[in-house]
Ligand binder design. Structure first.
Ligand code: SF4
Length: 362
C-alpha cells in the first residue's frame, strides 16, 4: 500500500541575499533555473513511488522567481508521478517585488491554492535594515494582487525582535498586517545568525543589540492582538482563522512522513531521515548526494513526536515514560494539563527549548 506524504520542493534562488538570511539560497543564479527544474524532475522521478500526496509546499529561497509555465510544468510532473489528492493544499512562498496580478493568476490556474507572502515588515526603514528587495507599499500591493488573482488562502510572514524595534513599531506592523485580512499569520522572532551581515552590523555597533525582553513582550502582544481578531494560536509561531491552519506544516508537527525535493531538502519517511546536498552546483549534476542520512530509533521517534506535538496548542497525550518530565515542567509553570493531554503554558511557549530538550533520549 502506498503511504500518504507531504511533498516539499526547495527553490533556492533569490534576487539578492537579505542581511539576516541563513537559509540555503543563492543570489544572481537565476539563469540556472531551467537546469535546476530539470534536476528537480530527475529527483522526483527517482524518489516517487506513487505515494498519495495531501499537500505540496514550494519553499525557498524565492519560489516566486519560477516562471508560471515552469511551475505548471513541475506540477504536471508531480501529478504524473504521485497520487495527488484533488483537495491537496498547494502552497508557494512568494516575495513582494517578484509577483504581480498576472503572474499570480497564472500560478493559481496551474493549481497553486495557497500563497505565503514574505512581507516581514510594513516599515520601510526596517525593510531596508533587513536588506529586503521590496518596500512596504509593494508588500501591500502584492496582497491586493493576490486577492485580485483569486487567492482566498493567504499567509503573511512577519519578523519581530528587530534591532531597535519598539513595541509601538511592532504593534503598527501587526495592525497593518491585520488590516490586510490574511487567513494565516506566521510571526518569527529574528534569528540572528553568526556570519550574516546583520550580525556584523550589530557587532560593529552600527545597529543596537536585540533586547530579548522587548522581543518577549512583542510576542505576548501578538498573542493578545491576534486572539482578539479571531485568530487561533495553533502553533508557537503560527496563527490562523478557523479552518485555515497550514495542512502541510501540520504534517511536520504531527511527525508524519514528508518527502523533500531539491537542494538542501530534508525528508522523513518511515524511520529514515535524509537530506540532499546544499551545494547548488553539486545538485545540478543530477546525482543525488545525501548530506545526511540516518535511521531514527523508536526512542528518538517517540521523543520527536512529543516535542513537535508540544509546539501545537492541542498539545500531546502523555506517554507514561515522560511522566517525570511532565511533572517537573508542570511544577515549573512551563507545561499545563488539559484533560488527558498536556500542552505548553504561555511561559512555556516563550521558553520552548527549555521544555523540548527534556524529552530527548539520553
Ligand atoms: S528572501 Fe528569504 S531565502 Fe531569500 S535571501 Fe531573503 S531571507 Fe534568504
Amino acid at each position: 500500500m502506498t503511504q500518504d506524504i507531504a511533498l516539499y520542493i526547495h527553490v533556492p534562488f533569490c534576487r539578492r541575499r537579505c542581511r539576516y538570511c541563513s537559509f540555503v539560497s543563492y543570489a544572481h543564479r537565476q539563469t540556472d533555473i531551467p537546469a535546476y527544474v530539470n534536476a528537480l524532475k530527475c529527483e522526483l522521478e527517482q524518489r516517487a513511488n506513487r505515494e498519495q500526496v495531501g499537500s505540496i509546499y514550494f519553499g525557498g529561497g524565492t519560489p516566486s522567481l519560477l516562471p508560471a509555465e515552469i511551475l505548471g510544468d513541475l506540477l504536471a510532473a508531480i501529478r504524473s508521478l504521485f497520487d495527488l489528492d484533488e483537495a491537496a493544499e498547494i502552497t508557494i512562498e512568494a516575495n513582494p517585488g517578484t509577483v504581480d496580478r498576472t503572474y499570480l493568476a497564472d500560478i493559481k490556474k496551474a493549481g497553486v491554492n495557497r500563497l505565503s507572502l514574505g512581507i516581514q515588515s510594513l516599515n520601510d526603514r526596517e525593510l531596508e535594515m533587513l536588506g529586503r528587495i521590496h518596500t512596504a507599499a509593494e508588500a501591500i500591493d502584492s496582497v491586493k494582487a493576490a486577492r485580485n488573482a483569486g487567492f482566498d488562502n493567504l499567509n503573511l510572514d512577519l519578523i519581530y525582535g528587530l534591532p531597535g524595534q519598539t513595541m509601538k513599531e511592532w504593534q503598527m506592523a501587526l495592525s497593518g498586517a491585520l488590516a490586510l485580512k490574511p487567513e494565516h499569520l506566521s510571526l518569527y522572532a529574528l534569528s540572528l545568525e553568526e556570519g550574516t551581515p546583520l550580525y556584523r552590523m550589530i557587532e560593529d555597533k552600527q545597529l543596537p543589540a536585540i533586547d530579548p525582553d522587548i522581543t518577549a513582550d512583542q510576542y505576548e502582544l501578538s498573542e493578545n492582538l491576534l486572539t482578539q481578531h479571531g485568530y487561533r494560536h495553533y502553533e508557537i509561531s503560527n496563527w490562523a482563522l478557523p479552518g485555515r491552519e497550514c495542512h502541510h506544516n501540520l504534517v511536520y508537527w504531527h511527525n508524519q512522513p514528508y518527502l523533500g525535493i531539491g537542494v538542501a531538502a530534508h525528508s522523513h519517511i518511515g524511520n529514515h531521515r535524509f537530506a540532499n546536498t546544499s551545494n547548488l552546483d553539486k545538485y545540478l549534476t543530477g546525482t543525488l548526494l545525501p548530506e545526511m542520512d540516518e535511521a531514527i530509533s523508536p526512542d528518538l521517534e517517540l521523543a520527536e513526536t512529543a516535542i513537535l506535538g508540544l509546539r501545537l496548542d492541542e498539545g500531546i497525550g502523555v506517554d507514561t515514560r515522560y511522566q517525570e518530565q511532565v511533572e517537573e515542567l508542570t511544577a515549573a509553570g512551563l507545561l499545563e494539563r488539559a484533560g488527558r493531554r498536556v500542552k505548553l503554558t504561555g511561559r512555556g511557549r516563550l521558553l520552548g527549548n527549555e521544555v523540548f530538550w527534556r524529552f530527548l533520549p539520553e
